[in-house]
Design a binder for this molecule. Structure first.
Ligand SMILES: Cc1ncc(COP(=O)(O)O)c(C=O)c1O
Length: 382
């Protein structure tokens, strides 16, 4: 069996046409027809039920989108920003870029995402301790699982704190039929090589209005003021997406729905093959209104021995030896040495998940044969 990876890029075959067009017309720059068309494709995708009118800016990375989202929300030195602890470092690092302090909030056990009750406790406590409200809230759609976004938004509205949704892993996930990343003030997408669709590297910021989109584009292109010479009144960034990468994105959008369906199919197969094994839980949507993209299917062990300090990593090694890539779930930010001094509101959920959870191969090259092989190896090595 060839090596089976967690998730690899999968081309539709249309990408080359758009890239060739960029070369033929010499649009080999970080703007151009592919960028414009890709943004329109993304806007159609996120506004799909027609009730929304969100705007999208294509950027060089999801991390850049988080950074610009924070800038748009006015986050600066001395501010605090609440961030889901159970996530990849890129959700939190841009808070530091802005000179602000992350305040980490733990997850609830149903979706593995931000616990709305703990969020409220954290907000109250920060107000008590610092005398001011956190400046923004960053919930995450980890592994594509929708967060309890209704409840999170309710808390956020109550305290009038804006929400920046990190939907880097949640491309095409829905909550109540609405695309994840469109509930808050801003939403983040990632098109890194391992994501649901890719532009090799890239991201996008979902914006509430055309005016906000223009402002994001301004910051993403070095904050050049509209003068006939170079005039700068703000600090800007070089975060726009290249017209070549956007060509890949346009090709990927022709198969985006198929990609999402495939990941959902893979999850169904894991549930079918592993769902009855005692002590092993395949994570699935806890409520019918949650429609995850299942970017990566994850499992967690409920026995005492498959933990990070015991049998979990040897188990990963055994699957590795069988050419199957698996990986422990994200190590929570409040356990990361680099964030050891950041305030954290914890309940043990993310620590437990980090200790006993694994991501399984879920990408486009995982078919029936691979599922049989992976699940057989999991069972044999338990
Ligand atoms: C949860 C999460 N947030 C943010 C990012 C950052 O996206 P990018 O790699 O496009 O910068 C990623 C992925 O890399 C991610 O998984």
């Amino acid at each position: 069996m060839d090596r089976i990876y967690l998730c690899l890029a999968h081309m539709s075959g249309n990408e080359q046409r758009y890239i060739q067009e960029a070369f033929d017309t010499n649009w080999v720059v970080p703007l151009g027809p592919n960028v414009d068309a890709f943004e329109r494709n993304l806007e159609t995708f996120v506004n799909e039920n027609g009730s929304l009118d969100k705007k999208v800016v294509a950027l060089s990375a999801g991390t850049a989108a988080i950074h610009l989202g924070l800038i748009m929300l006015g986050v600066g030195k001395g501010d605090e920003v609440i961030c889901q602890s159970f996530t990849f470092a890129a959700s939190a690092n841009p808070i530091i870029y802005q000179g602000a302090t992350p305040v980490f909030v733990d997850s609830e056990p149903d979706t593995y995402n931000m616990d709305p009750q703990l969020l409220e406790e954290a907000i109250k406590d920060r107000i008590k301790k610092t005398g001011k409200k956190p400046k923004a809230i960053i919930p995450v759609y980890l592994y594509g699982m929708p967060a309890k976004i209704d409840e999170i938004m309710e808390v956020a509205r109550h305290y009038e704190i804006p929400v920046l949704e990190d939907a880097a892993e949640g491309f095409g996930s829905r909550y109540n039929g609405q695309t994840c990343g469109t509930f808050g003030d801003f939403g983040v997408m990632s098109f890194n090589g391992n994501k649901m669709i890719t532009t090799s590297g890239g991201g996008a910021l979902i914006c509430p209005t055309e005016e906000a989109k223009k402002r994001v584009m301004f910051y993403a292109t070095q904050a050049r003021e509209p003068f006939p010479y170079y005039q700068h009144e703000k600090i800007g960034y070089n975060y726009r997406m290249s017209n070549i990468c956007a060509g890949i994105g346009r090709g990927q959008m022709t198969v985006a729905d198929e990609h999402v369906k495939h990941h959902q199919w893979v999850h169904e197969q894991y549930v079918r093959q592993l769902g009855d094994i005692e002590g092993l839980v395949v994570h699935s949507a806890p409520e019918a209104k949650m429609d995850p993209n299942y970017w990566l299917t994850t499992v967690r062990f409920e026995d005492a021995k498959h933990t990070i300090n015991d049998e979990l990593l040897p188990f990963v090694d055994k699957l590795n030896a069988a050419n199957i890539e698996t990986r422990p779930l994200w190590k929570p930010m409040h356990l990361q040495p680099v964030y050891k001094d950041a305030p954290a509101y914890t309940n043990g959920v993310s620590e437990r998940l980090f200790s006993c959870g694994l991501c399984l191969p879920s990408g486009p090259y995982v078919g029936e044969r691979e599922i049989d092989y992976i699940t057989r190896n999991i069972v044999e090595n338990l």
